[in-house]
Design a protein around this ligand. Structure first.
Ligand SMILES: [Zn+2]
Length: 84
């Protein structure tokens, strides 16, 4: 395994980390529902892109409901294991 030969100074360490900061996510405004959306991506709120509907939002909500059910099932399994 390689071992560092010389200690790096605080200055050198800080200069390296000067590029590590995170920038805030830039948001555009949906032309249909005026909600903030990620640029170049379908609006999650109304499912439109470039002013026309691309996907159905209702189906996405149904999927979320299924996921929650799965979580509940998992919890139940966990409890069952505890009893044994
Ligand atoms: Zn929208």
């Amino acid at each position: 395994m390689p071992v560092p030969k010389q200690r790096h100074t605080k200055s050198r360490r800080n200069k390296r980390r000067s590029h590590h900061s995170l920038k805030a996510v830039k948001l555009a405004v949906c032309s249909k529902c005026k909600e903030p959306v990620l640029p170049h991506q379908v609006c999650v709120n109304c499912g439109s892109y470039k002013g026309r509907e691309v996907m159905k939002v209702e189906s996405k909500i149904a999927k979320k409901g299924k996921k929650e059910q799965h979580k509940h099932d998992h919890d139940h399994d966990h409890n069952y294991e505890h009893h044994e």
